[in-house]
Ligand binder design. Structure first.
Ligand SMILES: [Zn+2]
Ligand SMILES: [Zn+2]
Length: 204
């Protein structure tokens, strides 16, 4: 669905985002079994897989990174993730909460907190995983939240703690949102929140 001009969500079990600017950027790749849904969505938006130039992974959970092996092959995109998260995507390091179920994929470029990549501000939001990120499109005022928080039945809050590497840090990361002006939020799980005033964002 369209969030605002140039930002679209692709809904599978977890929500991926498509950012259309001077480049086509896919944020997250869903589960291995759902990579075909992403390819189908690209087609519906009238894009070929090769049109995707960059794939940014918000964090290394199977519902976000599982489709990466397939999508990297089909798109030949440059793969990016936060520098701390990369060794878990490539499986060079063992994930602190046990083995991960995805195919190891190499990452081409690392991202740092505070960096702006193609108009997306990288916000490090540790606690869900060590190198989790959210991405803020400053021009369009959309926060692509990854799993830095979820929207459960209209209530924004933390992800279930069974999935979090550090529950307290995860909650501290949620508070980082207050540092930014935003109108729209696209969470990795739950419905997007569109056109809300700063009053709303200050409530949680
Ligand atoms: Zn997750
Ligand atoms: Zn998830």
């Amino acid at each position: 669905m369209k969030i605002v001009d140039g930002i679209y969500s692709i809904e599978t079990f977890a929500t991926s985002a498509l950012v259309v600017d001077s480049h086509l950027i896919l944020v997250d790749t869903s589960a291995d079994s759902e990579a075909k849904e992403i390819l189908k969505a690209l087609k519906e938006f009238n894009y070929q897989p090769r049109d995707v130039e960059f794939i940014i992974i918000t964090h290394t959970h199977p519902d976000h990174v599982g489709g990466l092996a397939t999508l990297k092959e089909k798109t030949e995109a440059t793969i990016l993730a936060h520098e701390i998260e990369i060794p878990y995507i490539t499986k060079e390091k063992e994930y602190p909460k046990g083995p991960l179920r995805h195919q190891a994929v190499s990452v081409d470029r690392s991202l740092k907190d505070g960096e702006i990549f193609e108009g997306l501000l990288v916000i490090h939001t540790p606690g869900h995983t060590l190198g989790s990120i959210a991405l803020l499109t400053q021009e369009k005022s959309v926060l692509i939240a990854g799993n830095s928080l979820q929207n459960r039945d209209g209530i924004l809050g933390p992800m279930p703690d069974t999935y979090n590497t550090d529950p307290k840090e995860h909650r501290d990361s949620i508070k980082k949102r207050a540092h930014y002006d935003l109108e729209h939020l696209l969470p990795g799980h739950g419905e997007p929140i569109i056109f809300q005033s700063s009053y709303f964002w200050n409530l949680f």
